[in-house]
Design a protein around this ligand. Structure first.
Ligand code: MRU
Length: 348
């Protein structure tokens, strides 16, 4: 089976594989404007921190599409588009990283009298390509951590669908599997949006990697019985100053259980997911609509009028994380400030 692209640019439009419809329907959602992109990110047509970042970068290209825009009002419109795109989902740092990077490129192009649209499109294409290469490097660095003849647990979806391609946590699993290791994957379903059961299972099936889906509440029991060799997850944001990992709600529980049973717990993430400035108190954890909890696949499962809490992410302290796998190597969670030197050269 062919792997589908998570997103691509064609004839002035951005196409997103509509992840709301997977695994049953493979259909692309066309974005003609930055507002379409903002809507698609908010509604999770596209999701996963790196994929959101890439989509946001193309959103900035779309914001610049109209040739009538020029001068100061043009810059003001770009800034407004940037704010709209940034307001969609507050937790994944890649979104802010990508939009700010695109704004810097636009400013340079404007002051240098260059074709801003062309420069922004080049930059977005570059971000997309770099993301795929980054994931492959993460896979290469991480594959040695996965034992042969092992059962690996992942969480949510940190695969090709959550990135421009290949995946972070799933990239590590994939690289180990393609390197000849005998691996099977445990996939917690990941309530409420079921990214594990719908998306990770979809990807593993296409890749031919053996997997079994579990309900989220089975994870600790399986760990206690010795069925889990290690856990590999992605991240929406990692705080370099303290080593805290922000990822899909439920990650913290897995990390606590893994630590209790002495199971290695790895986080795979690119530099664009690392936040070198914030402390845990400064991170906004997204709260989504309660209906995502009181329904499954659009069907109500709770008494009408029930209230629900719907935190989308949690914060795992560094003491529960065995290592962070990046495109620059494998780091201790408290040693990530060493990576700052790699962003200095990026676009000062
Ligand atoms: O709400 P989502 O589906 O965007 O959350 C995704 C995750 O939590 C992923 O683990 C994270 O973004 C890493 S993706 C490589």
């Amino acid at each position: 089976m062919r792997e589908l692209k998570t997103l691509f640019w064609r004839n002035g439009n951005l196409y997103l594989l509509d992840q709301r419809l997977l695994p049953h329907r493979e259909r692309y959602f066309r974005c003609r404007s930055y507002r379409d992109v903002a809507w698609a990110i908010k509604e999770m047509v596209v999701r996963g921190a790196p994929a959101i970042g890439v989509a946001a970068a193309y959103g900035m290209v779309l914001a610049c599409k109209s040739s009538r825009w020029s001068g100061r009002s043009f810059e003001a419109k770009l800034r407004k588009a940037a704010e709209t795109i940034k307001s969609t989902r507050p937790t994944a740092v890649n979104l802010f990283w990508a939009v700010d990077r695109m704004l810097k490129v636009a400013e340079k192009a404007i002051s240098g009298g260059e074709d801003v649209y062309r420069r922004l499109l080049e930059e977005a294409n570059g971000i997309l390509q770099a993301d795929i290469e980054t994931n492959r490097r993460i896979g290469e660095f991480g594959k040695g951590l996965i034992p042969d003849r092992s059962t690996v647990m992942t969480y949510c979806n940190a695969g090709g669908l959550a990135t421009a391609g290949y995946g972070t946590a799933l990239g590590v699993i994939r690289a180990a599997y393609d390197g000849g290791k005998n691996i099977s994957v445990l996939v917690p379903e990941t309530r409420p949006k079921l990214q594990g059961a719908r998306l990770t299972a979809y990807e593993l099936k296409k890749l031919g990697i053996p997997y079994r889906i579990i309900t989220d509440n089975m994870a600790a029991m399986l760990m206690s019985q010795g069925y889990v060799s290690c856990v590999v997850v992605g991240a929406d944001r990692i705080l370099a100053k303290t080593g805290h990992v922000i990822n899909k709600i439920g990650t913290l529980g897995l990390a606590i259980a893994a630590s209790y049973y002495g199971i290695p717990f790895y986080v795979a993430a690119p530099l664009s997911s690392i936040d070198f400035k914030s402390s845990p108190q400064e991170v906004k954890i997204e709260e989504r609509d309660a209906s995502e909890v009181t329904t499954i696949a659009g069907r109500s499962i709770a008494p009408r009028g029930s209230h629900a809490v719907n935190l989308a992410f949690d914060i795992t302290p560094p003491g529960l994380v065995s290592a962070v796998i990046t495109e620059h190597g494998v780091y201790e969670p408290v040693g990530l400030m060493a990576l700052e030197r790699y962003i200095r050269g990026e676009l000062g």
